[in-house]
Design a protein. Structure first.
Length: 330
């Protein structure tokens, strides 16, 4: 590894990720899920969309660890181009459960932190930066690893779910039409999202490329299950839905996951969030989904947690953002 902090065990090698590694990474994630309990599994198509795009330099932003021909660990350090308060570098990765406890995770994390500092210095040295690893509370060994590396817990996110039974009645706010997502409105929804999330922790002004890679260009995105609130011909609210068919196949339960929910500031106070979510719940229930899910910042400034609880959502998993903060270099 390119790390001075910790070396890989003898006999293991590291190299950049290749596009065809996604099959082995999917298998690794599936083997780790009974232990890690993330509730989320990806398909090769999902991972290809996430890693093979214009935002990721596979040669520089990713590493896999191999024991001979077997892929036993992977890591990435990815920095979307846009940011508000701090330049964000997202650290992701996993080690096969059969290979844990040998120092592979330490070596990968050391590489990630070095790459994150390098990205900061190269791209936005004038701004502060935040290197963040998201850790489920069901992953105590990873929590111990990031803690030893000096990262600090800075934010808690709740993954909430509810069954698609006993749904609240649909609402029809006056002067608002609730319609499915349509591709001719994709960029309008992007702009509405940017307006809705100006005060949210870690959010940024999503440009066209980031929006496509991270949101509506994902294979799991379901426009038919997504709902838009339109008033005066303009999008004023939205709930974008995603379905992981890999997770559904593994668990026998299909979840409509509301990845982005928002209302533009000028339209708030009219009950639009509740109306859009309820409409999305009914839409998912009619489309062979058994549950609905979403994630909320425990310190969300709009009071979203209380809204979701009032709609029958309950917390099933908790993720913690562990971060290293970097001061501006110039």
């Amino acid at each position: 590894m390119e790390s001075s902090w910790h070396r890989l065990p003898e006999g293991l090698t590291a190299r950049p990720m290749r596009p065809d590694d996604v099959v082995a990474i999917v298998a690794l994630e599936a083997a780790a899920e009974p232990l890690d309990q993330t509730g989320d599994l990806a398909s090769p198509e999902d991972l290809t969309a996430w890693f093979v795009n214009d935002l990721v330099d596979l040669e520089r932003d990713t590493r896999v660890v191999c024991a001979g021909d077997e892929l036993v660990g992977w890591a990435s350090a990815i920095a979307p181009p846009t940011f508000r308060d701090a330049y964000g570098v997202h650290l992701e990765g996993r080690v096969h459960p059969g290979w844990r406890g040998r120092g592979i995770g330490r070596a990968l994390l050391a590489w990630q932190l070095e790459r994150g500092r390098e990205l900061h210095a190269q791209r936005h040295p004038e701004a502060p930066a935040r290197l963040t690893a998201t850790v489920y509370t069901t992953m105590p060994t990873l929590e111990a690893l990031v803690r030893r590396a000096g990262l600090q817990p800075v934010r808690w996110f709740f993954h909430m779910e509810r069954p698609l039974t006993d749904l609240p009645p649909r609402r029809r706010p006056e002067g608002v039409e609730l319609v499915p997502f349509s591709w001719d409105r994709d960029d309008e929804v992007r702009r509405a999202h940017n307006a809705a999330f100006t005060e949210h922790y870690g959010s940024s002004e999503r440009d066209v490329a980031s929006w496509e890679v991270m949101f509506t260009g994902q294979p799991s995105f379901r426009p038919d299950l997504s709902v838009l609130a339109v008033s005066g011909g303009a999008v004023v609210g939205y709930a974008l839905s995603y379905v992981s068919e890999a997770t559904a196949a593994a668990t026998g339960s299909r979840e409509s996951y509301f990845g982005q929910i928002g209302v533009v500031p000028a339209a708030r106070g009219r009950g639009l969030s509740k109306a859009v979510i309820i409409e999305a719940l009914h839409t998912a229930a009619a489309a062979d989904c058994q549950t609905a899910g979403l994630e909320v910042d425990s310190e969300n400034v709009t009071g979203a947690l209380g809204l979701y609880e009032s709609l029958g959502f309950a917390t099933h998993r908790t993720q913690v953002s562990w971060s290293e903060h970097l001061a501006p270099l110039t």
